[in-house]
Write a protein that binds this ligand. Structure first.
Ligand SMILES: C[S@@+](CC[C@H](N)C(=O)[O-])C[C@H]1O[C@@H](n2cnc3c(N)ncnc32)[C@H](O)[C@@H]1O
Length: 324
């Protein structure tokens, strides 16, 4: 299945790309948003695409070289930089390319359908594969989902599942995991999903979303240490904006959206607020403006044609052109 990018028109309007700018997609994935952003550069400028998953960078390269080649006349004026890196590393990537900052940054946080659909990656509870669930298994400091569920204590598993997915049967699922692994360690996605389904009452086992959805999400977040990277990564991206630059963040679950909102409030709150010591001191002379208090949701029409968009929340912060 192709990955359908969410809220494309809204993002294009907010990022307002024009030729000659430095544009970054920190989570390039299947390059759906990236293709549209590159078209707006109209053959001139710099496009930087990052993804934590090296496979995604290979795919994006194949797709985007075609898009860049559409602009025959100004082709040599468009620099396409694609790297397997976390978006928290954006400042270092830009510096390595001799660039000071970015005019527009997009973060579309989380997982994409291409990753879920590949059983070998271990993200899917419906297609059998190794219980892995990491964006880049070669990255130091990550642990596969199998490693987590075969080793961690019951109460730790219960806390993770509850806190990172709001799963109401978290305690029961953690208990069954521990009971089952004594007999045989978990190795594959579908055997693990089967144990989760059995923790649900019979009348809820066949309802949508699938009973394993939440637990898989929670353990993927832990395996990749995702919330730490969201926090550190959004800070890096805000601080890399050029004057007048814009950052858009799309998140898909409440934990990520809460972090985004808190950070935007921290950077974008009025500098006259004496209690906000962080923005008053660390960012003296740099003003940011948050686009609106609330997050923007997709329209009902978009959710109907792309159900994955249902939980998407979009927030935007801008670095003010001239400091006050
Ligand atoms: C929802 S998809 C992006 C889809 C993309 N906007 C498109 O139009 O195809 C999210 C992507 O972010 C990547 N990712 C997750 N955490 C990341 C991080 N900390 N840094 C960079 N990429 C990350 C995932 O590998 C995945 O490909």
């Amino acid at each position: 299945m192709n990955h359908q990018p969410v809220m494309v028109e809204e993002i294009l309007a907010r990022l307002n790309v024009s030729p000659g700018q430095v544009i970054c997609d920190g989570t390039i994935g299947g390059a759906g948003h990236a293709s549209e952003l590159i078209r707006r550069l109209n053959g001139t400028g710099v496009f930087v695409g990052l993804d934590r998953d090296p496979d995604m960078i290979g795919r994006a390269r194949r797709r985007l070289e075609g898009v860049a080649a559409d602009h025959e006349s100004g082709r040599e004026e468009l620099r396409l930089i694609l790297k397997a890196a976390r978006y928290g590393e954006l400042p270092e990537v830009l510096a390595g390319e001799g660039l000071e900052g970015a005019d527009a940054v997009l973060l579309d946080i989380g997982i994409n359908s291409i990753q879920v659909d590949d059983p070998a990656r271990g993200f899917s509870f419906s297609r059998d594969g190794p219980l892995d669930g990491r964006y880049n298994p070669a990255e130091p400091g990550t642990r596969s989902v199998a490693d987590l569920v075969n080793i961690e204590e019951e109460r730790t598993l219960a806390r993770w599942i509850r806190d990172y997915s709001d799963e109401r049967f978290a305690g029961r699922i953690a208990r069954r995991i521990v009971e089952r692994r004594v007999k045989r360690a978990f190795e594959t996605t579908t055997e693990f999903a089967g144990v989760i389904v059995d923790c649900y009452p019979a009348n809820k086992r066949h309802k949508k979303p699938h009973p394993a959805t939440r637990t898989f999400q929670a353990l993927r977040i832990v395996a990749n240490n995702e919330l730490h990277h969201v926090e550190q990564g959004i800070r890096s991206c805000i601080e890399t904006l050029n004057p007048g630059g814009t950052l858009c963040v799309i998140s898909y679950h409440s934990g990520e959206d809460r972090i985004t909102k808190r950070l935007f409030d921290e950077y974008g709150s009025p500098k006259t607020d004496p209690t906000n010591a962080y923005s008053a001191t660390t960012f003296e002379g740099i003003d940011y403006r948050v686009e609106s208090r609330g997050a923007k949701k997709p329209t009902a029409g978009e959710v109907e044609s792309n159900p994955r968009a249902r939980s998407a929340r979009l927030r935007t912060i801008r670095r003010v052109e001239a400091s006050a």
